[in-house]
Design a protein around this ligand. Structure first.
Ligand SMILES: Nc1nc2c(ncn2[C@@H]2O[C@H](COP(=O)(O)OP(=O)(O)OP(=O)(O)O)[C@@H](O)[C@H]2O)c(=O)[nH]1
Ligand SMILES: [Mg+2]
Length: 198
């Protein structure tokens, strides 16, 4: 799929404030700093349409983008950011989960997992929560450019093994690097395929 047009629609503080839409919608979720905004920029081929930061917890609102006037892309705040107060973290989590549970045109969620480190408990909890609530999702391994040699495959295999301790089978998975523009076509083909059936 060619990205002919990518427009920032706006940032919204909660699910009920998000603009109604009948277009197929894809959201991006993952631990704070996992690389959501960078991945979105890479996929859309736009340098900084989504805000990237070295400071975790940058994205705190539900950010909407309209792509080719035919589908919506949503950048969600990260979960599990330890530096936030308990109350603030709980309110972000509620905002994310309410959006995921109530958004009727949500077609698929991309759950981002850092390919460089072992699977974190918060990631497994989040994947399990998505499963329990029957929210369709796929997995995206991020920052693979940081893995060298053997570690490249090993770490991803270990993450899969950890997931398979609770999951019988895994959803579709994408191996990506925003820095190297890896995984872009694979993700866009996947979106195009779902859009054609919507
Ligand atoms: N090496 C490498 N670094 C990356 C990649 N993607 C993101 N980063 C870096 O990781 C950091 C966080 O990236 P963001 O895209 O802001 O992450 P995020 O998940 O949107 O973070 P929050 O919005 O704070 O939850 C930044 O310093 C990025 O430059 C990648 O593919 N490779
Ligand atoms: Mg972000």
């Amino acid at each position: 799929m060619l990205i002919k047009q990518a427009t920032f629609v706006g940032s919204f503080p909660r699910a009920s404030k998000c603009p109604p839409s009948e277009l197929p919608e894809y959201s991006f979720i993952g631990r704070s700093n996992v690389g959501k905004s960078s991945l979105i920029n890479m996929i859309l081929g736009r340098k900084d349409i989504a805000k990237v930061s070295n400071t975790p917890g940058k994205t705190q609102l539900i950010n909407f983008f309209l792509i080719n006037k035919t589908w919506n892309l949503v950048d969600l705040p990260g979960y599990g950011y330890a530096q936030l107060s308990k109350k603030h973290r709980a309110s972000l989590e509620k905002m994310i989960k309410t959006y995921l549970l109530t958004r009727e045109n949500l077609t698929c969620t991309f759950l981002l997992i850092d390919s460089r480190i072992p699977l974190q408990a918060v990631d497994l909890d989040f994947a399990n929560w998505l499963g329990q609530n029957q929210i369709p999702f796929v997995i995206v391994y991020t920052k693979v450019d940081k893995l060298k040699g053997e570690a490249k495959h090993e770490n991803i295999i270990n993450i899969k093994h950890s997931l398979l301790e609770t999951w019988e089978e895994l959803p579709e998975q994408f191996v990506t690097s925003s820095r190297k523009k890896q995984g872009r076509d694979h993700i866009l083909d996947f979106v195009e395929d779902i859009n054609s059936k919507y």
